[in-house]
Design a protein around this ligand. Structure first.
Ligand SMILES: [Fe+2]
Length: 295
């Protein structure tokens, strides 16, 4: 990237209101490679009340929230497994031709088409990052001639009550470990108009979209870039009640700050369950907002 926006009014200590080249409204999807896609699909549906909106027998997409967030769950052979190998952001007023020209003009690497409703590019770490419309993107959309005919499930395979009673509404955060968190923060705030919700000089949280919004949490990892955790926001989340539910179902869990529980999905990947609120500024150790339900 050749330039980034000014963050502070010259020496005044006043932050300039966030502006971006584009405006991200949500995480469009995470692409998640696993050994066994069907069991993973079912786990997210049964724990988080996600709906299956696409399934072609080799990969599935599960969805939640408004605008729709999705996880594409696909079989992955090459290590590392499991692995979130790319992410996609929905942006307001998506128009492929205009956005392509904008990305190229800003010097973003690797810009190319991904069907009618998305483009891909490389972020400052070389990590595959898609930019798409809020609707119209699906697994395989970038393959010419591919469509969703016969791949949209119905009945119980599409939607069923979760075993927990939980309903996912957003991605409270996606944890992204990178070698230089400041450089990556500037890339995402400048490109997507994300807000810096929290920054302690070693890690930060960037939030975006209307409430309940999504966020990405950046921290330093010399072996990055790597997405090493997700946190799912639940409607009407209550910490104590969630713990009773977890214990009743016999699910392994651990504490995760004052407002979340940590679960582990069938692939050993950490998934936090937490309230549908943005990241809290000033929380030194803990990304999570106080919910008032802590004991
Ligand atoms: Fe994708």
């Amino acid at each position: 990237m050749t330039e980034s926006f000014q963050r502070e009014l010259n020496g005044s200590g006043r932050m300039i209101a966030p502006r971006g080249i584009l405006t991200a409204t949500a995480i469009n999807h995470l692409s998640y490679g696993v050994r066994e896609y069907a069991g993973t699909r079912d786990w997210y549906m049964d724990i988080f009340g996600m709906d299956c909106v696409y399934d072609d027998g080799r990969q599935a997409s599960i969805a939640f929230g408004k605008p729709r967030r999705e996880m594409y769950i696909r079989r992955r052979e090459e290590p590392p497994v499991p692995c979130i190998d790319h992410w996609a952001f929905s942006v307001a007023a998506f128009e492929a031709g205009r956005i392509r020209r904008t990305l190229v003009n800003w010097g973003i690497d690797g810009v190319d088409w991904d069907g009618d409703f998305a483009l891909h590019a490389r972020d400052d770490n070389g990590f595959l990052t898609q930019i798409g419309a809020e609707a119209g993107v699906f697994p395989g959309a970038a393959t010419r001639g591919w469509n969703t005919d016969g791949k949209i499930p119905s009945g119980e395979k599409a939607a069923r009550p979760s075993r927990t009673g939980w309903q996912a509404t957003a991605l409270h955060h996606v944890s992204y470990g990178v070698p230089d968190y400041g450089r990556t923060r500037d890339f995402y705030t400048s490109l997507f108009g994300m807000r810096v919700a929290f920054d302690n000089g070693a890690s930060c949280v960037l939030s975006f979209g209307a409430a309940p919004g999504d966020a990405i949490a950046l921290s330093r990892r010399d072996d990055g870039p790597v997405i090493d955790r997700i946190a799912v926001s639940i409607a009407g989340f209550d910490l104590a009640e969630a713990e009773r539910t977890i214990r009743r179902l016999g699910i392994d869990y651990a504490a995760a700050g004052g407002s979340a529980w940590k679960l582990v999905d069938p692939n050993g990947f950490p998934v936090l369950v937490c309230p549908a609120r943005g990241a809290s500024p000033g929380a030194a150790e803990d990304f999570f907002p106080r919910t008032g339900t802590e004991r």
